[in-house]
Design a protein around this ligand. Sequence first.
Ligand SMILES: [Zn+2]
Length: 250
Amino acid sequence: MPKLIILGSSTNIPDEHHENTHMVLVGHDRMILIDGPGNPFVRLRQAGLDEKKLTDIIMTHFHPDHVSGIPLLLMAVGLSGRKENLNIFGNHHCLELMHKLLESYEWGTWHSFSVDFNTIPEKKKHFLVEAAGCKIFTSPVKHFIPTIGLRFEFSQSGKVLAYSSDTAPTQNMVSLAKDADILIHEAAGESPGHSSALQAGEIADKANVKALYLIHYPTGGFDYQILIKEAAQAYRGPIAMAEDFLEFEF
Ligand SMILES: [Zn+2]
C-alpha cells in the first residue's frame, strides 16, 4: 500500500523535533522525495527507508528550507554506489537555479549517475506522472517565487491527497484539493506568500476536504492548539498537526 511519510514539518526556522518541511511518497515501484532541505540522506534512513530505492525528487520551489539538501543527497547516494538514473522534477525557475547550485558545487567532479531533469509547466492541474500507485498533478500556487502545489490520486484505494507547499490562499489550491481525503496545508502565518491556520481552514472548507493537516508551522515550543482552534473557525472537519515521521497510508 502506498504511504506518505512526513520528514519535516517546520517553517523555515526548524527545531530539534521539527525539520524543515519535506516528505516522501513510497510505492511498490517508486520512492518519491518531495523537497529536500537539511540532510535528506539521513532523514530517509531515520524514517526506516533505504535511500537506494529513491527514484524521483519533486521540488516545489527554490527556497533553501525546501531544497538546500538536494546537492548533498546526490553526492551521498552517488558515493554510496548508486548507478541507477534519478528523476528530478521542478518548475523552470527551480530547475535553472538548482543547475546553477550544482554547478557551483562543481558536481561534474563528483557526480556518478545520470539525473533526468523534468520541467513542470506553469499549468493548472498539470498531470505530472503516474508512479508509486498514484497519478500526480501540479498547479502553480501563490508564493514569493514560482512554486507548485501537488495532488495525488491513488488508483487502488481511490483516495486523494493534496499538499499546498508554500502559498498564500489561492483558488488554484482549492481546485487542486477538491474533495481530497487529506489536505496538508501550510500554516506559516498570514503574509503575502504564506497562509495562517485560519486561511488553511478556509481553503479546506472551500475544497470540501475530509481532513486537514497543518504543516510548515512555527516550532520551538509554540502552542499548536492555538493553530488548530484557529483553523477550526473556518473548517468543521478533523484538523491535526503534520508532525515529523507521521505516516499516511493510501
Ligand atoms: Zn518558500
